[in-house]
Design a binder for this molecule. Structure first.
Ligand SMILES: Nc1ncnc2c1ncn2[C@@H]1O[C@H](COP(=O)(O)OP(=O)(O)OP(=O)(O)O)[C@@H](O)[C@H]1O
Length: 378
């Protein structure tokens, strides 16, 4: 069995070009024995360490935990996928280590950390997120995603677009990381169903409820991220009163009242291009509409962001809000009642959801990893 596995790994590796292989020993040296001092993060799949490679290059070394769902096949698939694509807004994979039980990915290191720890990190970062910087980040992320969706063949759905997966390099260029959930899907398939493994606040309703993954579920997540970048607020802040907890619901309320401008981060102190900021908010709302068909593609989003095309808000519908289901589920847990069904029926546009899809909610949520429902302290 072990021999067979080794053989499989060798066959797979012989098929993968341009990927360095590292030994466990050299990665141990690079991270000073995986010392806690060099640990820079902890994700759903394991720990991330900063390390210095043999050629003095800094790297982010992601050690997949034993509990990680990624087996050899998924691990090697991830490597194959990442190594075959290169783009200025995607994190570069240097190589990997597959030795015994060790599964380690070695990425280019980006010193300015993620948006989750900087922009949304509660004031612990010294980075100045001016409007120009934010605009550049939004456009860069849209470029990276449009590339994955519309240029790479067959296209790639990221599935886990969120602030902790947007890293910043030394000149604050955004880099999309974590293709652990990405899967290549055949171009003729419109969607694939799978276990929901994204993060709650960024999840498109159809993804949360029916595990339905399409490029449009990435578009939804991008819309949430866009609103976070413009507002400087996390999509969920459980410290706030119920009515103010959810950024997306607030954004829609303000839009309806014609007060979209007040969504923009107060830290900008009024120093931003008002028209452009409002346009970005509207694009965020276009992306998060309940109906997949109404959401634009990432290439269309990019064109709207750079002002190449206008934002058509004529028929813009209310966003699909997942939090209502989450809260109802929490209440049900506490009270042992069957409120999920009630809350689900109040989901925006939920008239299209039948009982069979609703009955899957609890199961879908049981498989979700709620790893990044973070709060911003201010
Ligand atoms: N290439 C990198 N350069 C610098 N820091 C990184 C890099 N990759 C990851 N990190 C840091 O490690 C943290 C954890 O990353 P990881 O992708 O494993 O998990 P996550 O995105 O936080 O959560 P999840 O696994 O649920 O997606 C990131 O938030 C970031 O701070």
């Amino acid at each position: 069995m072990l021999m067979l596995l080794r053989k499989m790994v060798e066959i797979y590796f012989s098929d993968i070009e341009n990927v360095n292989r590292y030994t466990y020993k050299e990665l141990k040296i690079a991270t000073e024995g995986f010392s806690p001092a060099n640990k820079i993060g902890e994700g759903g799949f394991g720990s991330v360490y900063k390390g210095k490679l043999r050629n003095d290059t800094l790297a982010a070394i992601k050690v997949l935990s034993a509990e990680s769902r990624q087996g050899v096949k998924e691990f090697l698939t991830e490597i194959k996928v990442i190594s075959s694509i290169e783009h200025e807004n995607l994190v570069k994979l240097y190589g990997c280590c597959v030795e015994g039980n060790h599964r380690i990915l070695v990425y280019e290191y980006h010193e300015n950390n993620s948006l989750a720890q900087t922009l949304l990190g509660g004031g612990h970062s010294s980075i100045q997120f001016s409007w120009d910087v934010r605009r550049n980040i939004c456009i860069g992320v849209a470029r990276g995603l449009a590339f994955l969706h519309d240029v790479v063949q067959p296209h790639i759905i990221h599935r886990d677009i969120k602030a902790s997966n947007i890293l910043l390099d030394k000149s604050l260029q955004p880099k999309i990381s974590d293709f652990g959930l990405a899967k290549l899907i055949a171009a003729n398939l419109t969607h694939i169903s799978t276990l929901v493994a994204g993060t709650a606040g960024y999840l498109a309703p159809e993804y949360a409820i029916r595990s339905q993954v399409t490029r449009k579920s990435d578009v939804y997540s991008f819309g949430v991220l866009l609103l976070e970048i413009v507002s400087g607020k996390c999509n969920t802040n459980r410290r706030l009163p119920v009515g103010e907890r959810y950024l997306l619901a607030n954004a829609w309320d303000l839009y309806e009242k014609g007060e979209t401008e007040s969504l923009v981060d107060v830290f900008l102190d009024g120093e931003f291009d008002v028209e452009e900021a409002i346009r970005f908010c509207k694009i965020g709302l276009l992306c998060t509409q309940d109906s997949l068909q109404l959401r634009p593609s990432m290439s269309e989003v990019l064109d709207m962001l750079i002002g190449e095309t206008d934002v058509n808000e004529e028929k813009m519908a209310k966003p699909g809000l997942v939090f209502e289901i989450i809260e109802a589920k929490e209440r049900r847990k506490q009270k042992g009642t069957a409120e999920v069904e009630n809350a689900s029926s109040s989901l925006v546009g939920s008239g299209r959801q039948d009982d069979s899809s609703l009955s899957g909610i609890a199961d879908s949520f049981a498989t979700m990893t709620f790893t990044s429902i973070y709060d911003r302290s201010n």
